[in-house]
Ligand binder design. Sequence first.
Ligand code: UD1
Ligand code: CA
Length: 462
Amino acid sequence: MSEAPLAFVLAAGLGTRMKSRTPKVLHPVAGKPLLSHVIASVRAAGARPVVVLSKESEAARAFLDDTIPVALQDPPRGTGDAVRVALGAANGASGIAFIVYGDTPLMRPETFRRLASLLAERGAPLALLSGQVGTENAYGRIVRDGAGDVARIVERRLASRDEAKLPESNLGAYAVDLAWLRETLPRLRPNETGEIFLTDLVAEAKASGKRVAVHCTDEPEEGMGVNTRIELAAADAALRRRIREGHMLAGVSFTDPDSCPVDADVKIAADVVIDRGTILEGKTVIGSGSRIGPYAVLRDTVVGEGCRVEQSTLEGATLEDEVTVGPYSHLRPGAYLERGVSLGNFGEVKNARLRTGTKMHHFSYVGDADIGARVNIGAGTITLNYDGVRKNRTTVGDDAFIGSDTLLRAPVTVGKGAVTGAGAVVTKDVPDDMVAVGMPARAIKRSDRRKPRGPGSSAPRP
Ligand code: UD1
Ligand code: CA
């Protein structure tokens, strides 16, 4: 079995046209850096990435896992020079390599595989991706000879008026024979801009009597390269359209797709409905049969099956099945709602677990807490979790009933089946099955929350 091909990912350029302190390849589309999309794509094509960075783009290293070799191009002297540096880090690898620019986030894995098979079929040393993308762009133009073979690539800014009008452009994905590359690359010379252009490999191949194979894509959008913030926004829109269409084909409904940005790593099961204005970010996962939105924001949140989330913001939260949230709630990191929990208007939950069947319907804050099963949290309940120095925990037992406007001064425990009266300020633990009222709350009598309620009904009242 031959080794997996290498993929040289060029990301050392200065990205001056972005006018940014952030390296170009770290600007995000669909929720992650341009570079991460390119790496995911070559990996999905079965290749091992080698990334070329420069001093200016070093910050990108933090976004690469440590299995990825980085080659430093210092200073960046053009894309051909970048490949020379990558080859240096490739330690005598043989076979073929892909070459791709770190600023082309829409490249599909199938395209790399197609280029590899084209290379083999044609016995060519170099195969490249082209597209019919019109003339209003900065891509290198593909110049063909009388026989229709690719003769060379001329960069837009160096092209003559006639060349600039050529309809076919270089989209910037290549498969190349490594032995040929090692032999040919040193022959490339800096051009009038002082840079060494990778694209000059084409004329070199031609000069030595070799043919260059071309795959002309029928989806030119794939080649979108990001050089300016206008192109960044365009690539983001195109990628998000592709992501949504992928989900729709897999059984997800969007009531107004264009109003719903979905990040690249979001997972959505079949039979989910995403309503208008909903934003799904990061590593969010949504289970089958759930309905999200309108106007919900979910960031790194896991939603089970059959949930309903309306007009709320959920960050770093977990919902088991059959949970309902909103409208107008805010779940913050560490919020964990077990099966059947229901959260209504203006609820905020942070770093807290609400167990099965618990209801919290109006204006409450629960932070740093463990709330039992089947608890009713009355309107206006607040955990006073912060004493000005540290965060303290609140515990509420199963089947408790927290009266409206209860203040729970943490650290404090309300026992199983206990009841607090409206406006109670709970500063001391309330034993199981007791009713506590007042400010500060005193336990005054036994509660009947956990008494069996006649034949067949063991459930306490909601
Ligand atoms: C390049 C191609 C052009 C093609 C277009 C497709 C060349 C000479 N031109 O042009 O034919 O149509 O991409 O998107 O290859 N980089 C380095 N080191 C360098 C210079 C660049 O690593 O010294 C990296 C950059 O970080 C960038 C990528 O290579 O990710 C492409 O460089 P860029 O300057 O954007 O090339 P284009 O002008 O877009
Ligand atoms: Ca570019």
